[in-house]
Design a binder for this molecule. Structure first.
Ligand SMILES: N[C@@H](CCC(=O)N[C@@H](CS)C(=O)NCC(=O)O)C(=O)O
Length: 227
């Protein structure tokens, strides 16, 4: 079977080309441009929810980046970048792999929506406070661990990094107060797999690992006269 990864540029589907580069497996990368903010018809034709990523493998079409990542790892990657139940860090691996899309990314999306509402109220303030706690929690984890699951780089890192980098073009949070996260991102952007994936998937984007947030995606569209 031959694997095709459909990547919506400037989006969390960047995880999958990065995974394929790290696994060093053959795949075809199809790039889709936002139109101008949401998915183009080409993604809607593949996924009724119109969300990326989408992968295709023979007759299979699959979405949800965590599901796609597990599929690619186990069907094409010989289990590499996932930790097995026998590994001492198995539970850490599971925790951080799921934390990315079950906690961190939904919370960022929530605080992004609240940031657009004036005087959003105590619930919004509570969520913003929780977001700060969550970053501090990740920072503490990364003080003594080079990678989220422990000593080894795993798919838990691939699931997480988008929210700390490219997502900041949508919700501009500053990482100045989180030195261990910044040191972690420095390790990430030094990886060949990350650099190769960025060059193929989003060549016009910087690495976005600095403390200050990158240029806003919406501001860029405005400057280009697209919205
Ligand atoms: N939980 C899903 C989220 C997918 C998702 O929301 N993708 C965004 C990209 S960041 C998207 O397709 N946005 C375009 C749109 O909704 O039209 C996953 O991890 O795959």
């Amino acid at each position: 079977m031959s694997l095709t990864v459909h990547h919506l540029q400037v989006s969390q589907s960047e995880r999958l080309p990065w995974l394929c580069e790290e696994l060093d497996i053959p795949y075809t990368l199809v790039l889709h441009q936002r139109a101008p903010i949401f998915s183009p018809q080409s993604i809607k034709d593949l996924n009724p929810l119109g969300q990326a990523p989408v992968i295709q493998d023979g007759s299979l079409t699959l979405s949800e980046s965590a599901a796609c990542a597990e599929y690619i790892i186990h069907v094409h990657g010989n289990g590499k970048l996932a930790l097995p139940p026998s590994h001492k860090n198995y539970a850490d691996y599971l925790y951080w792999f799921h934390f990315a899309n079950s906690n961190l990314q939904p919370l960022v999306l929530m605080v992004l929506q609240f940031s657009r509402i004036e005087n959003a109220g105590p619930y919004a303030e509570g969520q913003l406070e929780r977001f700060g706690k969550l970053l501090a929690f990740m920072d503490a984890r990364l003080v003594d661990n080079p990678w989220l699951a422990g000593d080894e780089f795993t798919a838990a890192d691939i699931m997480t990094v988008f929210t700390l980098t490219t997502m900041r073009a949508f919700y501009p949070f500053d990482l100045t107060g989180y030195p261990a996260i910044l040191a972690y991102l420095e390790r990430v952007v030094q990886r060949d797999g990350y650099k190769k994936a960025r060059a193929k998937a989003d060549p016009e984007l910087g690495l976005m690992n600095e403390a200050k947030p990158p240029q806003s995606f919406v501001e860029r569209l405005k400057a280009e006269g697209k919205i």
